[in-house]
Design a protein around this ligand. Structure first.
Ligand code: FMN
Length: 373
């Protein structure tokens, strides 16, 4: 029976346990997207806390795909030196790290990038997004940009990369008929909507070789009227498996999905409320063999153990619990089985949006209220 604390290997990358830090924008890069010592210390702390695999915050592959302030970039050669320091900091603490590669598409704020906002199709949202449709040349350039960014990750010593194709960012917009209204080879049928992602994977393999771990994060569904469905997800997962993806992380939702955003707020009340995408993972269990990483609302060791024991997940990913307690995995491994102290109140976004870097506001408050805590 699989054990959470056993060592496993993904395409040559050996991991100490089955816990993953899900990609988390730290808002700790410099204004120009290069890595800072603050960011290196932050990820080193996670590695010291015994997280088996760290997935970095999303790094933009081209300037118009930037999503937020103090976000890390992987879009040019000048980023490599800082990325190398980040990878080295994690390795020195005994951890493994993959770089999440992303393009924000319609979600890129024009006031930050100073560039056209682009997506699969022209798009206007009630929240004020105005995007134009990408040309065929822009699609080809973006596919190449993912490949080149992956090569930079490898040069910098990252253990692998993860393609961000979830949460309503560019690749997820191509997957979703809600955003993608194209009538060329990149829109319409599922095969056409999947095309950009499979070409991104091919481009990454071309630039990094077959022996480099390439993971992907996809939505189990969009929770948008006429959007990407669970059936689409299953078909995509099978195609990704055929194309040689090394692991799939299953998330869900977009910023426009109301209460079903990827960062649902509110503390899960009981074990059965944990693991937001359990049903989707059940559908994957017998349909795909490629390692599956589950993320979203997992808060207790019991639930994590059951997901792995029931073969719903090969790996358990956490984001907010590790902002709250970077040493949570070490604590659990040492036998303190109390659940995560994270309340999923999303207050961690506030300092990040002010450009101060993420931290758990609630935990910081607890510490000031309980001196000596
Ligand atoms: C502050 C913050 C930043 C995030 N940044 C990213 C990101 O860069 N890439 C990504 O795929 N998901 C990102 N997420 C989503 C998480 O990876 C994860 O999917 C989500 O928080 C649900 O997991 P959790 O319930 O364990 O927090 C972010 C979440 C938070 C709270």
């Amino acid at each position: 029976m699989p054990d959470l604390f056993e060592s496993t290997t993904i395409n040559g990358m050996t991991l100490e346990n089955r816990f993953v830090r899900s990609a988390t924008w730290e808002a700790m890069a410099a204004e120009d997207g290069t890595v800072t010592p603050e960011l290196c210390n932050f990820v080193a702390q996670l590695a010291a806390g015994s997280v088996g695999l760290i997935i970095s915050g999303h790094a933009y592959v081209s300037p118009e795909g930037r999503a937020g302030i103090r976000q890390m970039g992987a879009d040019r050669k000048a980023c490599i030196a800082g990325l190398a320091e980040m990878a080295a900091a994690v390795h020195a603490a005994g951890g493994k790290i993959v770089l999440q590669l992303a393009h924000a598409g319609c979600q890129a704020p024009a006031e930050l990038t100073g560039l056209d906002v682009i997506g699969p199709s022209a798009f206007q949202s009630p929240t004020g997004i105005t995007a134009r449709a990408m040309t065929a040349d822009e699609i080809a350039d973006t596919i190449e940009a993912f490949g080149k960014a992956a090569r930079r990750a490898r040069e910098a010593g990252f253990d692998g990369v993860q393609i961000h194709a979830a949460h309503g960012y560019l690749l997820s917009q191509f997957l979703s008929p809600f955003f993608n209204k194209r009538d060329d080879d990149f829109g319409g049928s599922p095969d056409n909507r999947f095309r950009i992602i499979l070409e991104v994977l091919e481009s990454i393999r071309h630039h990094t070789g077959p022996d480099y771990p390439v993971l992907i994060k996809i939505n189990s569904e969009d929770f948008l009227e006429g959007g990407f469905s669970q059936d689409d997800m299953l078909a995509l997962a099978k195609r990704l498996q055929m194309s040689g993806i090394d692991a799939i992380e299953l998330s869900g939702g977009t910023g426009l999905s109301g209460k079903y955003t990827p960062v649902r707020s509110g503390d899960p009340k009981s074990a059965k409320d944990e693991a937001f995408y359990r049903r989707a993972a059940e559908r994957c269990r017998d349909a795909i063999e490629v390692p599956l990483i589950m993320v979203g609302g997992i808060r207790s060791l019991e639930v994590a153990e059951a997901l792995v024991k029931d073969r719903l997940a090969d790996y358990i990913a956490l984001s907010r619990p590790l902002i709250c307690e970077p040493d949570l995995i070490r604590r659990w491994r040492a036998g303190d089985r109390r659940r995560s102290r994270c309340l999923s109140d999303n207050l961690c976004f506030k300092p990040a949006l002010r450009g101060e870097g993420i931290y758990c506001v609630t935990e910081a408050l607890r510490k000031t209220e309980t001196p000596g805590h």
